[in-house]
Design a protein around this ligand. Structure first.
Ligand code: NAP
Length: 286
């Protein structure tokens, strides 16, 4: 029987990140700069609309301006890229977030690549991804950065540990694997073609679930004492791990909701403030 697991409370970590931003936002106000995040939503996917609304509200609560751009479902790649170019050129806008997924006629990669690197606050461009791989990105993708922020906040040792990441998407599984590798973990990245997945997961000291399947990771896949981070967010507020069963085996675990989600939003706000400060610094040099 494992001792009771530590609940890694995302609300606590998010509050800590946001608290540290207040003074910085005030400092920017003294230079007449209001950090501003532009969010683009294409189509009418209800979950995406909820995420965008949550991000906008979080901005407002902290004194960050948020611009929301809603584009119709039938938007073309060219029209979306034109919108992004306008935001790139708008000096008032410091960060651009294109809500994923976009309707299928759109070349999502081309749209992501249109975001200027200095405004790529969610690390979606190839350059942002590469900078993250090298370990010097200004803005690593927000959810991977949130996972690392939770590990840091709770001082969970990563160096030398075996991290098993389930999922290899460009915005989550791959970048979090690289970030853990850069923190000297030994990393195994799993995906839909991984053989004997359960046995691989059983080797992990740190498990990151980024699969997009409710309650996919089972309690008996977890090595006793492992740390479990659940990035999943599925219908009905359910994560990618079977929380109740994994809780019995883990030494620490993120719940869903109130785990990785709020820290992801706080990280997005932090990146927007970081981007605004970079602009302020450039202004003061000119
Ligand atoms: P995604 O693009 O659909 O990627 C899912 C990954 O899981 C893929 O790499 C896929 O493998 C792998 N996978 C699927 N079925 C598998 C299986 N049976 N065994 C092993 N691997 C399997 O999803 P995503 O965008 O990375 O999101 C993953 C989850 O995180 C979702 O629940 C999403 O809602 C959540 N999310 C949360 C936040 C947050 O703020 N908390 C932010 C973003 C995403 P292949 O590559 O082989 O297809």
């Amino acid at each position: 029987m494992t001792a009771e697991a530590l609940i890694l409370d995302g609300n606590v970590v998010a509050a800590d990140i946001k608290e540290k931003l207040l003074e910085r936002i005030q400092g920017l106000a003294e230079q007449a700069i209001v950090p501003c995040l532009a969010t683009i939503l294409v189509g009418e996917d209800p979950s995406s609309a909820t995420y965008v609304r949550m991000k906008g509200n979080a901005c407002k609560r902290l004194g960050i301006e948020s611009i929301r751009i809603d584009l119709p479902t039938e938007t073309t790649t060219e029209q979306l890229i034109e919108t992004i170019h306008k935001l790139n050129a708008d000096p008032k806008v410091h960060g651009i977030l294109l809500q994923h997924p976009v309707p299928e006629q759109i070349d999502e990669r081309a749209a992501f690549e249109a975001i200027a690197i200095e405004k790529d606050v969610d690390g979606v461009t190839a350059l942002g991804f590469a900078q993250n791989a090298f370990g010097y990105a200004d803005f690593p993708s927000c959810t991977p950065a949130a996972i690392v922020a939770i590990l840091d906040y709770y001082k969970i040792p990563v160096e030398g540990k075996h991290a098993v990441v389930i999922g290899r998407s460009p915005i989550l599984g791959k970048p979090v694997s690289l970030m853990l590798l850069n923190k000297n973990a030994t990393v195994t990245t799993c995906h839909s073609k991984t053989e004997n997945l359960e046995d691989v997961v059983r080797l992990g000291d740190i498990i990151v679930a980024a699969v997009g399947k409710p309650k996919f990771i089972q309690g008996d896949w977890i090595k006793p004492g492992a740390v479990v981070l659940d990035a999943g967010y599925n219908k009905g507020n359910v994560g990618d791990v079977d929380y109740d069963r994994c809780l019995e085996k883990a030494s620490a675990i993120t719940p869903v909701p109130a785990g990785v989600g709020p820290v992801t939003i706080a990280t997005l706000l932090k990146h927007t403030v970081d981007a605004a400060e970079k602009v302020a610094k450039r202004k003061s040099i000119d």
